[in-house]
Design a binder for this molecule. Structure first.
Ligand code: SF4
Length: 426
């Protein structure tokens, strides 16, 4: 979501005649896009902002701003903490970015804009910004109505709002005309996408599937409680929809799931995965899991490990619980100490690493279709992903970036597969 937002703001800058630079010392505008979903992400953003302040001291003409969820949450207190800031731009204020830039550069005004009633942004006119991008993200809805007890998102992204399908489809067609072959539809809770009574997320997917020259469709993130039969069945129906779903489970203990206000049980989660595997046997399953939620006992943690063994996820994003200001979990009793969280995280990650490696090794010797995304880290290597979202590196002297090619997998590691090109005719 933040990458999508950064692209929108980047396009505004390009159409206002700014050029991108990799060197902050040369910049006329620095806008830091932030995340506050975990304490670590927020600390990283603030430390980056702190490192940019000396540049502003050296060049008072520099426009220094902060945007994203941390900006939305902290608002004017950021201006007090960092008096060199020129702009605090909230999550629903992006449409006014251009006018704020003009006001700051002409009158050196300081602006804090964190109104939550602003519109979702619409695509900007084509200025070549996306030329040659093989994979693109597109936001289809924003906000969340779920209020999981640990989560800051409903407070900083507001309630769910869906974008009009016509606008989404036009934006995807434009991206495809610029070279995009794979699109990821984004939303905090994409399954809740709804345009009218009869037009939901499955209807949108069906229309995206008809777009010519678009080879692959993905979406993220889904909530298990909203994963309908309709959406499960669509994995068997749409040829361009990748066999991969990211379905956060967060905990394997029903007690913790209740405290998290997730509104599904471990049994329901296991059932959903079974049905997904029934309609699309090769589907890859990835998930998010949290350790050390308040009142998580050793037994609750064992239930999480047990669920991981049962499902055998392709990959897991695992985190230690951290208090987020204003959420109901922040006020809960029974906080788990950090050393226990760290040791649980380590145990969990070790287990998942073995599962991921085992699954990847089963692919050795098979042929997989890969969408080539760019150059690999090693000289002469290209890199891409399988439809199941596994990274594949291979040697190739031809420029096949943007093509679907066949690769025979020779060696599997935890984070990537190594293969040899067998067919480059797609
Ligand atoms: S569904 Fe996701 S975004 Fe919404 S409150 Fe829960 S964790 Fe946060």
């Amino acid at each position: 979501m933040n990458e999508y937002d950064s692209d929108y703001l980047g396009q505004v800058l390009v159409s206002s005649n700014y050029l991108p630079t990799d060197n902050p010392k040369q910049a006329d505008v620095i806008l830091i896009n932030t995340c506050t979903v975990r304490a670590k992400a927020a600390q990283k953003a603030l430390s980056l902002l702190g490192r940019m302040v000396p540049l502003k001291k050296r060049n008072p003409e520099l426009i220094l701003g902060i945007t994203g969820c941390l900006a939305q949450q902290e608002g004017s207190s950021l201006m007090q903490r960092f008096p060199d800031l020129d702009l605090v731009l909230g999550t629903r204020e992006k449409e006014r970015f251009e006018s704020f830039l003009k006001r700051i550069s002409t009158s050196r005004e300081k602006i804090v804009a964190i109104d939550m009633d602003g519109p979702l942004v619409s695509p900007l006119p084509n200025n070549g910004y996306f030329k040659g991008r093989v994979k693109s993200f597109i936001s289809v809805m924003e906000g969340c109505n779920n209020f999981c007890s640990y989560c800051i998102v409903p407070y900083v992204r507001g309630r769910e709002v869906s974008r009009p399908p016509k606008e989404i489809l036009e934006e995807i067609r434009h991206l495809v005309s610029q070279g995009t072959r794979e699109i990821t539809l984004l939303g905090q809770n994409v399954n809740s996408y709804k345009w009218d009574k009869t037009y939901g997320f499955s209807s949108l997917l069906k229309e995206v599937n008809k777009i010519e020259d678009l080879a692959r469709i993905r979406f993220t993130t889904s909530h298990p409680k909203d994963l309908s039969d309709d959406l499960i069945n669509i994995f068997a129906e749409l040829d361009n929809l990748c066999p991969h779903i990211h379905l956060p489970f967060q905990s394997g203990s029903n007690k913790i799931l209740r405290l998290m206000n997730r509104r599904y049980s471990r049994e329901r989660y296991i059932d959903l995965i079974g049905r997904l595997r029934q309609v699309r046997p090769e589907i890859a399953i990835t998930s998010d899991v949290m350790v050390g939620f308040p009142k998580e006992s050793d037994e609750d943690f064992q239930m999480t490990l047990d669920l991981i063994k049962k499902i055998e996820f392709d990959n897991l994003y695992s985190f230690k619980y951290s208090d987020r200001k204003g959420t109901s979990a922040e006020k809960m009793e029974g906080k788990v100490d950090d050393s226990k969280k760290s040791s649980r995280l380590e145990t969990l990650q070790r287990l998942q690493k073995d599962i991921t490696l085992g699954k990847n090794r089963m692919l050795e010797g098979t042929r997989m279709e890969v969408l080539v995304e760019g150059y690999g880290k090693r000289n002469g290597q290209l890199t891409g992903r399988t439809a199941s979202n596994k990274v594949v590196n291979f040697s190739c002297n031809n420029n096949v970036i943007g093509n679907l090619i066949d690769v025979k997998i020779q060696h599997a590691a935890v984070n990537s597969l190594q293969g040899i090109l067998t067919n480059m005719n797609h």
